[in-house]
Design a binder for this molecule. Structure first.
Ligand SMILES: Nc1ncnc2c1ncn2[C@@H]1O[C@H](COP(=O)(O)OS(=O)(=O)O)[C@@H](OP(=O)(O)O)[C@H]1O
Ligand SMILES: Nc1ncnc2c1ncn2[C@@H]1O[C@H](COP(=O)(O)OP(=O)(O)O)[C@@H](O)[C@H]1O
Length: 184
């Protein structure tokens, strides 16, 4: 059995982007690669957290804010125990992302990763059929349709999922994380 490598202090890589931009696809593949290298790594994503921990969370700005603050406190505990934590959340508001960062950075290094994909392409991908429903008005407050996505003004890494393949983005994020591990 491989002995898992645990860091003294954790690292949090927070992926933000529209639904369908590729956060979960890229995050999962990078997590698997880190585990193969023997690291303790987790991915926490919006669907999982909402289904298992925060079942009543909604999608108004205040509901998303409270939900993401719960996520930040949860993630902080993982990170301070040395787990490399990849977070995959739409997290559409700049001020809330800053709140999240402030909560996490007291105990772990925090990096904001912007997973960039334009709305037209996300609508084309529509992996869960949610844009179709939102465009018909069957889902309210859908990010990009009738709720805003505020592009990050500053970020630590950009993953362009329109012009770069899944593999290229996985390599880019993996290299970035590896560099941060080696700097510790
Ligand atoms: N109204 C609305 N807006 C955006 N997304 C919606 C909405 N309703 C349901 N979904 C699905 O929920 C996932 C987003 O959850 P998050 O916790 O990441 O959102 S947030 O950070 O609180 O904004 C998101 O998952 P991803 O597609 O993986 O991003 C959607 O599948
Ligand atoms: N270059 C790319 N990077 C990431 N995902 C891509 C790319 N090209 C196509 N896709 C597809 O887009 C979809 C993204 O879905 P997902 O990872 O669930 O996004 P999110 O978690 O941001 O909602 C997947 O079906 C994935 O295969």
């Amino acid at each position: 059995m491989i002995k898992m490598k645990c860091l003294d202090k954790g690292l949090v890589f927070w992926l933000t982007g529209l639904s369908g931009s590729g956060k979960t696809t890229i995050g999962n593949l990078v997590k698997e690669r880190l585990r193969k290298e023997g690291y303790k790594a987790e991915i926490i994503d919006g669907d999982w957290f909402r289904q298992n921990i925060d079942q009543n969370a909604g999608y108004t700005k205040e509901e998303r804010r409270k939900h993401l603050i719960r996520v930040a406190n949860f993630v902080k505990i993982l990170a301070r125990n040395g787990v490399i934590t990849i977070c995959s959340f739409v997290s559409p508001y700049e001020d809330v992302r800053n709140e999240v960062k402030n909560i996490i950075k007291s105990e772990a290094d925090f990096y904001l990763i912007y997973v960039k994909c334009d709305l037209e392409e996300c609508i084309k991908r529509d992996p869960k059929g949610l844009y179709k429903k939102a465009l018909k008005g069957e889902i309210k407050n859908f990010t990009g349709i009738d709720d805003p996505y505020e592009e990050p003004k500053e970020y630590d890494l950009l993953l362009d999922t329109v012009n770069n393949s899944i593999e290229e983005n996985v390599n880019k994020l993996y290299e970035f994380i590896n560099k941060k591990i080696n700097e510790k």
